[in-house]
Design a binder for this molecule. Structure first.
Ligand code: GAP
Length: 430
């Protein structure tokens, strides 16, 4: 883990938030390469879950919602962690994260557990009174439920169908740590999939498989990925089932995403609290009912971290350690680096720059001439760039360039004109 954290800082994937002021607990900023990687994760999700399906539509709801949303959803009353303070060293811990003794000083002198609500509060308007309290959403899901009727009325969808959303969520997590695994400000990719009650169980099973496949298709190791079904006593009182997709991080097996059968609980709650009819009307059976909801709910940051950890490899090459990020081409922040072999040769530089200009129309491409070729290759390997294209003296005569594959380090000479076709074949272009 330390190696991944250090690479992320050194190469501009992830920085501690507001670092010049000493950092802020559990907050992280994505640097130039991290922003690309995270965007690619979100794009891959949106493409597969929304654009490539006929039964899904997207949504982008506000972060600050009407405060009654969180009363209806149960978050005001029950979105709690139980906390204890160590009376000796004054450390504060989540009750379910510790055993009998204080993890800091070893004492067994705790206060009684106290409920601590995880929602972040703010005030809307100029008056900081209880009447103006609002919350930063702790999940994107409720933005979907409160828009169920709007989407239905505007799109005329028939069951089953889903609404997908990617966006920031906020939780005042008490115990943070493990890099970007648990943050106070993070992004979620959530789907609420509405179905007939009698079809909900099948639908739940299908979504578990669809979501598991998504991670594997983007390269996550199958032997470090597993499903964990929640035991009955772990389930929320309204849930008919929940399965986590877990990944074996260096700090142990941990949740990437949860897929839950939430029954008709949320729509019913919002219907009761808002007084609006949120039932679905079936035109064939001529009946109104509350659909059941299957919810695949994943974290963008956790997925990004898992892809990073999984891609990180060290290997011995000619007596030296090569660090390489074997990211899936769709996720790699940079697809191709164009490198001039001699940066003082103007003709080589001109050809390399032209190639870069041409390639950047179709894929994310960089030009780098700031070191000798061996060092440039190693830098690109370390950030997961799929291919390097090198222009040399010979290229000026035969218009051929060296293309080097990140994973195999194999090099081949290709006609510069054929590069796009070649990268298309390697699935870099779509
Ligand atoms: N709407 C259901 C829901 O929010 P959750 O299990 O609390 O369920 C879903 O969160 C996903 O959001 C988690 O599987 C995880 O990937 C991500 N997530 C939750 N809390 C997080 C945090 N503090 N930091 C980073 N990601 C988090």
């Amino acid at each position: 883990m330390d190696k991944v954290v250090s690479l992320c800082k050194r190469r501009g994937f992830i920085f501690p938030s507001s670092e010049i002021y000493g950092g802020l607990g559990s907050s992280w900023d994505y640097g130039p390469l991290g922003a690309e990687l995270k965007k690619n994760v979100k794009d891959a999700w949106w493409r597969e879950m929304v654009h490539r399906r006929e039964d899904m539509v997207g949504l982008d709801a506000a972060i600050i919602m009407h405060p009654r949303t969180w009363e209806a959803s149960g978050h005001v009353a029950t979105f709690h962690d139980l906390l204890v303070d160590c009376k000796d060293c004054k450390g504060r811990f989540r009750r379910d994260h510790i055993g009998e003794s204080c993890p800091s000083c070893g004492a067994k002198n705790f206060t009684e557990p106290r409920a601590f609500n995880l929602m972040l509060k703010t005030h809307l308007g100029a008056v900081e009174s209880q009447d103006h309290v609002c919350y930063l959403r702790p999940e994107t899901a409720q933005g979907i439920f409160v828009n169920f009727k709007n989407v239905l009325d505007s799109t005329h969808r028939k069951l089953p169908f889903g609404i997908a959303q990617i966006g920031k969520s906020f939780r005042n997590e008490v115990t943070a740590g493990n890099f970007t695994f648990r943050m106070r400000e993070f992004e979620q990719m959530e789907i609420e999939y509405f179905t007939r009650p009698q079809e909900a169980e099948d639908c739940y099973q299908q979504w578990i498989e669809t979501r598991r496949r998504w991670y594997l298709d983007l390269g996550l190791s199958p032997d470090r990925t597993r499903l964990r079904e929640h035991a009955r006593d772990e389930l929320a009182h309204y849930a008919a089932g929940c399965t986590d997709i877990e990944y074996e991080f260096p700090f142990g097996w941990s949740e990437l995403e949860g897929i839950a059968n939430r029954t008709d609980y949320d729509l019913k709650q919002h219907a009761t609290c808002s007084g609006q009819d949120l039932r679905y009307f079936d035109p064939v059976a001529q009946e109104r009912f509350f659909p059941y909801v299957i919810e695949p709910s994943g974290g963008v940051d956790r997925a990004t971290l898992a892809f990073l950890v999984d891609a990180y490899h060290e290997e011995e090459v000619k007596g030296r350690t090569r660090v390489v990020l074997r990211l899936h081409p769709r996720l790699a922040p940079v697809k191709v680096a164009v490198l001039p072999l001699l940066k003082k040769n103007q003709d080589i530089v001109t050809m390399a720059r032209r190639l870069k200009k041409d390639l950047e129309r179709d894929l994310v491409c960089v030009y780098d001439d700031t070191a000798a070729i061996g060092k440039l290759y190693r830098r690109q390997d370390e950030v997961g760039t799929c291919f390097c294209v090198t222009v040399d003296v010979q290229s000026l005569e035969d218009r051929r360039v060296t293309v080097r594959d990140r994973d195999t380090m194999r090099q081949e000479r290709l006609d510069a004109q054929r590069l796009k076709e070649y990268f298309q074949e390697k699935s870099l272009l779509n």
